[in-house]
Write a protein that binds this ligand. Structure first.
Ligand code: ATP
Length: 355
């Protein structure tokens, strides 16, 4: 028996009736509903205002029904009904951000995964503490602006999508930096970015074992980030700066990638350490997560961020990726969530995957 994240009473309805996978109509909802339907589970789309029309275009990923709310904050008022109906919320980045961490934590509906992870992911200092304890390679951190000795990326606390990040190629360029809030100064790692999609099952005893359970590699992507990814077309940075154009990192899409095979041992090792440490720190980062890193020319994978729930890059693979095809056929992250839920239910271990 593993670590209990939810009480028997919280998950009782999920045990008694066919679970209903519920999520916000955004982010990775198509894939989550598609995977749940594939596994014979119910589906509920939570919409703010009218349900988006794009579901009409994707019949295999349309939820069975919608819950339309004037604003997401109203969700709490429906919690008792949702819980009775056997709903399981699959949290996405959008869901947690729009609902807010306090309301998310207070929600009386079972959530897939461990809600405690939020406190460790949303705070840059705590996330670093977690990664340092896991002993994974990371970009160097500078204590203050005077300590900078090379290219840096300055990140504001809580920034989403790299909002307002400042880049400096050398200490001189820091003269232009005008902080607008608390920030961290990180080495700018020159290399190639990879966003690696994993799934941690505390129930599984097959595959790549970690201390409690195992991890699976389900896919990989690279994010398209506006405007930085296309800035090179406009020429050198100095000229851009003079023209008032500053690099930004707003994600606009995703492209599939695979990693040089000889780097796979490194990323599995990193992911396993992160999971094992998460178990020690807060009971485990259960379910999908993404390790985001940069491979340098010395072939070292340096982790700059972890996303602790399903990432939108998994939308590339509704019927499998170059990696998940080697785990099981037609295995998306959405379907993997549904499979884990079904297994936990069959083995009477729902409290280990829901919180
Ligand atoms: P989100 O919450 O959307 O993941 P965020 O605001 O936490 O974003 P990061 O994910 O840390 O920001 O970084 C945003 C982007 O900045 C990355 O996708 C990457 O392109 C770039 N980046 C981040 N850290 C580094 C680094 N140390 N060196 C080089 N580039 C970096």
């Amino acid at each position: 028996m593993g670590i209990e994240l939810a009480s028997a009473s919280r998950v009782a309805a999920v045990k008694e009736r066919t679970p209903v996978i519920a999520t916000l109509c955004s982010h990775s909802s198509l894939q989550i509903f598609h995977g749940a339907r594939h596994e014979g589970l119910g589906t509920l789309g939570i919409a703010v205002g009218k349900p988006p029309r794009f579901y009409e275009a994707f019949p295999l990923a349309r939820p069975d029904r919608f819950l339309s709310l004037p604003k997401l904050a109203e969700l709490g008022r429906h919690a008792a009904t949702l819980q009775r109906e056997g709903a399981v919320i699959v949290p996405t980045g959008s869901f947690v951000e729009y609902l807010g961490p306090t309301a998310f934590n207070a929600l009386e509906v079972p959530v897939f995964g461990n809600r405690k992870v939020l406190g460790w992911e949303s705070d840059r200092e705590k996330e670093r503490e977690w990664l340092e304890q896991a002993q994974v390679p990371m970009p160097k951190k500078f204590a203050n602006l005077d300590a900078v000795d090379g290219p840096v990326i300055i990140k504001y606390y809580g920034a989403k999508g790299g909002k307002g990040f400042f880049l400096a190629k050398n200490p001189e360029e820091l003269a232009d930096f005008r902080p607008t809030g608390p920030y961290v100064i990180q080495e700018y790692v020159v290399g190639t970015r990879y966003y690696v999609h994993f799934f941690y099952s505390p129930l599984s005893e097959d595959g790549y074992r970690v201390r409690h359970g195992s991890i699976e590699l389900l896919g990989m992507d690279r994010r398209d980030e506006a405007n930085i990814d296309e800035l090179y077309k406009l020429g050198a940075q100095e000229g851009l700066r003079r023209a008032g154009i500053r690099p930004t990192f707003v994600v606009t899409g995703n492209v599939p990638v695979v990693l040089r095979e000889s780097l796979l041992p490194q990323v599995f090792d990193v992911a396993a350490r992160i999971v094992d440490t998460s178990v020690d720190l807060f009971g485990g980062m259960v379910g999908p997560f993404c390790v985001e890193g940069i491979v340098t020319e010395e072939l070292q994978f340096k982790v700059f961020e972890i996303s602790t729930r399903i990432v939108a890059g998994t939308n590339l693979f509704p019927s499998g990726s170059s990696y998940s095809d080697l785990v099981a056929p037609q295995l998306s992250t959405g379907r993997r969530i549904a499979l884990e839920l079904k297994r936990a239910r069959a083995e009477d271990r729902l409290g280990e995957v829901l919180s």
